[in-house]
Design a protein around this ligand. Structure first.
Ligand code: HEM
Length: 439
């Protein structure tokens, strides 16, 4: 079958959730010939997923040119081998453990600020709000308390991400700078505007006598040292900061809009979650977030390339073979999750999601650096939304998946109808007798 045709069939299959059918039909792995990326082995079986993620990066590597070009040579997305691992050691602690808890207050403030004007009783899209609040939260976490300079980042970043991710799907010639009106030219100009702001923020931070007391990522990276005592060069810090902001908002925003989309179609769950928030609990909320990520992953796959001939399960793959770890196939496999098509957070109650079967943050040496931050953000946002609003259920069919450059988002923007809660609204909830479809 010609490449382009296979590519179209593959993307259509993902769009219409034919993944499990394909998985049953072809097993795991199977090979497909994709436009631009070429011959690709699609993997979803947990043993093979573990194999790919745990194999040393000397043998299997993430193709760096795709995102590296947009973020620059100093970004985690561009680095490979030891250089990449050393950088992760400096970046990762900023988004984990106790450090990440420090961001709780600022996330809650952003949720309250961005939802202050939500209309009552009228349908609207939640995705734009989620986009603004996650962008503001990551900007404040990365650059510290609000500064005028961040306005420029706020206005340029979303446009640059959409353009950059569109270009990464086209042959590289389209990303070349052919002047002001070419797409590549526009991308360079966006990047130049961002660099000007970030360079100023770095210079200001260096001159700040209170730098050592600051807890924003910029201040921490400026003070970080590699094992050999060397600092991260300023140019690399700029690339890394932009990477964190770019990677760290569209994904989380989409996941939050999907959460609203799912919950409005499961009113009994919504009622249980609200009761749990009122009682100060969090277990069901956590399980719900895991289930939203399983059934509506915003990133579809990890891409890898074999640097040398490798063995994968029973197969020998020649050097240069591309591999795609397909999250949706893994998440919708009966072998991984019984009754995979039902949206059922109870499956995760009181337990952690199984490794190499639940993989919305990827795995191995390229596992999402911001997973801890994203998890906290989704938890605090959902807690605050449930505390502040009553979401009217709907019996409308589930929103389709729409691929928007970086993330897979709800096609109608995660529509909601809300009412502000003045007091715990259990009486009101009982009055809402809409029967949701079990999709
Ligand atoms: C729900 C939200 C998020 C999802 C679903 C998500 C998903 C992912 C996935 C699947 C990967 C691995 C890609 C691969 O295997 O090649 C990844 C990598 C990455 N993510 Fe996230 N992400 C999220 C939020 C964030 C946040 C908040 C940040 C920043 C604070 C972030 C920063 C990064 C970075 C820097 C990498 C590259 C890691 C490396 O290559 O070492 N992400 N993310």
């Amino acid at each position: 079958m010609p490449k382009v045709f296979q590519g179209i069939v593959f993307l259509t299959a993902l769009q219409y959730r034919l993944g499990p059918v394909w998985g049953r039909r072809f097993g795991s792995p199977f090979t497909i010939n994709l436009p631009i990326f070429g011959k690709t082995v699609v993997v979803s079986d947990p043993i093979l997923v573990k194999d790919v993620y745990s194999t040393s990066s000397d043998l299997i590597e993430r193709p760096t040119k795709i995102l590296g070009q947009a973020f620059g040579p100093g970004s985690t997305f561009s680095l490979t081998g030891d250089e990449h691992l050393e950088r992760r050691k400096l970046v990762l602690p900023n988004f984990h453990g106790k450090r990440v808890k420090n961001y709780e207050r600022l996330i809650e403030e952003e949720v309250i600020r961005e939802t202050a004007n939500w209309p009552e009783g009228r349908e609207f899209q939640t995705l734009p709000t989620m986009g603004r609040l996650t962008l503001n939260a990551i900007l404040r976490a990365v650059f510290g308390e609000e500064k005028h300079a961040l306005d420029e980042l706020r206005s340029v970043m979303p446009a640059m991400i959409i353009l950059g991710s569109l270009l990464q799907r086209l042959p590289p010639i389209f990303a070349r700078d052919f002047g002001r009106w070419s797409p590549g030219g526009r991308l360079s100009r966006y990047r130049h505007r961002l660099d000007t702001v970030v360079d100023t923020l770095i210079a200001d931070a260096r001159a700040d006598p209170a730098l050592e007391e600051r807890s924003d990522v910029l201040a921490l990276l400026l003070q970080a040292r590699y094992d050999d005592g060397q600092p991260i060069p300023d140019r690399h810090i700029a690339d890394e900061l932009l990477t964190l902001v770019a990677a760290g908002h569209e994904t989380t925003a989409s996941q939050l809009a999907w959460t609203v989309e799912r919950l409005r179609r499961h009113p009994q769950l919504l009622a249980r979650l609200t009761d749990e928030v009122d009682a100060g609990g969090s277990e069901l909320r956590q399980a719900t977030i895991f289930e939203v990520q399983r059934t509506r992953s915003t990133i579809g796959a990890s891409l890898r390339t074999a640097n040398q001939q490798i063995r994968l399960g029973d197969w020998v793959l020649p050097a240069g073979t591309n591999m795609m770890i397909d999250f949706q196939l893994a998440h919708e496999s009966e072998d991984n999750f019984p009754d995979p098509d039902s949206f059922n957070p109870d499956r995760f109650l009181g337990t952690s999601p199984p490794a190499f079967r639940w993989i919305p943050f990827g795995g191995g040496v390229n596992r999402c650096v911001g997973a801890g931050f994203a998890a906290l953000e989704m938890d605090v946002a959902l807690r605050t939304l449930l505390r502040e609003f009553r979401f009217a259920p709907t019996d409308a069919p589930g929103e389709a998946r729409h691929y928007r450059g970086v993330a897979v988002v709800p096609a109608r923007g995660g529509r909601a109808v809300v009412y502000r809660r003045t007091a715990p609204a259990s009486g009101d909830r009982n009055a809402m007798s809409v029967v949701a479809r079990g999709n």
